[in-house]
Design a protein. Structure first.
Length: 158
């Protein structure tokens, strides 16, 4: 019994240490409109895999948020180009998948590998913006832990 308790405590300490070392998301405010292009620069504080997402703040009505989530994931049309030191990655929207974030409607634009000490430029071109989405949005980068790759491809800049 005592061994089990020690094991549980040790597991809890390791779990808390992992959360404490988690990289906070990078959030860059953008304005999106149909036919618009947005260009932003960013760098990451930890090398690894990141999800680049487009997020809009959600309203208070849960069903309405679900509808907006589906619209964003399925109907947002455009392209994103990531570049860094002469290498690029071009990806088309919609991707058809999202990553749940409380209080936000979200679509994942691309999952890619990034390195510290480098400046990345993201060019987002929206050719169709679904109705009902707010024009104020966030380009968000979230670090993906090495053991969290639920079947989505990780892209490299070429």
């Amino acid at each position: 019994m005592r061994t089990l308790l020690i094991a549980l405590i040790l597991n809890g300490v390791l779990l808390l240490a992992g959360w404490a070392s988690a990289t906070p998301p990078i959030e860059i405010p953008v304005v999106i409109t149909q036919g618009s292009s947005t260009r932003v620069s960013f760098s990451v504080t930890r090398s690894g895999t990141y999800d680049l997402m487009l997020q809009c703040r959600a309203g208070v009505e849960r069903d309405y948020n679900r509808i907006l989530d589906q619209k964003l994931v399925r109907e947002l049309v455009g392209t994103v180009t990531l570049s860094c030191e002469g290498r690029t990655l071009k990806h088309n929207l919609p991707t058809g998948w999202s990553r749940a974030r409380p209080g936000r409607v979200t679509t994942v634009i691309v999952r890619f590998r990034a390195q510290t000490q480098k400046t990345y430029v993201c060019s987002l071109r929206i050719t169709h913006l679904p109705s009902g989405l707010p024009h104020k949005a966030l380009l968000t980068l979230i670090y993906v832990f090495p053991d969290y790759h639920p079947g989505h491809r990780v892209y490299e800049l070429q």
